[in-house]
Design a protein around this ligand. Structure first.
Ligand code: HH2
Length: 285
């Protein structure tokens, strides 16, 4: 199948969404220390190969990240982050010009460089709080942005996170960040919200957020869920090795889809795609 190369730097939300069904976002960590795939795709060539596999398996978007945000991780410098991700974005687009690429960063300069290199979406785990210039970069690009909830910072966020009512607090936070984003000039249809599974949340918090995901869907923005291979899946199933947590991940995907989530940020595209195909068929029958 030959497709025309996607126009660079002319992002529209509609171009990201082929149809109204669920959207798979394939994870591509260009880091030496990510919790489940650190070091696997560190050079542009192997990263682009991995991206191609995920696209062929059904990913509509490839989320490229140059800094691990796993619990306990240390930040990298902006220069280092840019050096990691830009050659990878360029290489993916050289071999797969139609690929829709998202940049997983909270730094405005990294986002701007990635958009310039052809990325079409920004995934900001700080929901525009990490860098005061991020909102204007995203607003100027006119591109979609993922606003994720995180309590604390990756280094310390898992040290006894506390909430009175985790679902209400996450929902209120996302509503407030969406308001900030729109006030900064983002189009409301370009806002995607994400509960931030595992980001300053214990097992009970993660489960409550997945159980009550419809409360976030009710905000009116598409919801992204990133539960893939995360620790709480290992806690429940007893699967210690992160890359072996695919079956548990698939369960979260199906449940989240049933609750109304739209985007699924996953490592194992094929397994999640098949599960979503069945879930979609049943729910639409
Ligand atoms: N999770 C991770 C990273 N980025 N972005 C969004 N929007 N939602 C998430 O849940 C999310 C995210 C952490 O997972 P991973 O990228 O696999 O690991 P690491 O941070 O160690 O690179």
């Amino acid at each position: 199948m030959s497709r025309k190369p996607a126009a660079r730097n002319t992002p529209r939300a509609g171009t990201l969404l082929p149809g109204s069904g669920p959207v798979l976002v394939g994870i591509l960590n260009v880091t030496p220390d990510s919790f489940s795939d650190g070091g696997d795709f560190f050079d542009p060539e192997s990263a682009a190969r991995r991206a191609a596999v995920m696209l062929d398996e059904g990913a509509a978007i490839i989320d490229v990240g140059g800094e691990s945000t796993r619990p306990g991780s240390d930040p990298v410098s902006q220069e280092e982050e840019i050096q990691r991700v830009i050659p990878v974005i360029e290489r993916i687009l050289a071999v797969r010009p139609e690929a829709v690429i998202s940049i997983d960063t909270y730094r405005a300069e990294t986002a701007a460089a990635a958009l310039e290199a052809g990325a079409r979406l920004v995934n900001d785990v700080t929901a525009l709080r990490g860098d005061p210039r991020m909102a204007s970069v995203v607003a100027e690009a006119g591109c979609p942005v993922v606003l994720m909830h995180m309590k604390g910072e990756p280094k310390t966020m898992q040290e006894e996170p506390r909430y009175e009512d985790v679902v209400r607090e996450v929902r209120d936070f996302l509503a407030q960040r969406a308001e900030v984003a729109v006030a900064a000039g983002l189009r409301p249809e370009n806002v995607i919200v994400d509960p931030g599974i595992g980001f300053g949340k214990n097992l009970e918090h993660n489960l409550a957020l997945l159980r009550d995901l419809d409360a976030l869907v009710d905000l009116g923005f598409p919801v992204l869920v990133g539960a893939s291979r995360k620790r709480f899946i290992g806690t429940i199933t007893g699967v210690e090795e992160a890359r072996e947590r695919v079956f548990g991940t698939v369960a979260t995907t199906v449940l989240a889809y049933q609750k109304g989530a739209k985007y699924f940020r996953v490592h194992d595209v094929r397994a999640n795609r098949d599960a979503l195909a069945i879930a979609e068929a049943v729910l639409r029958a």
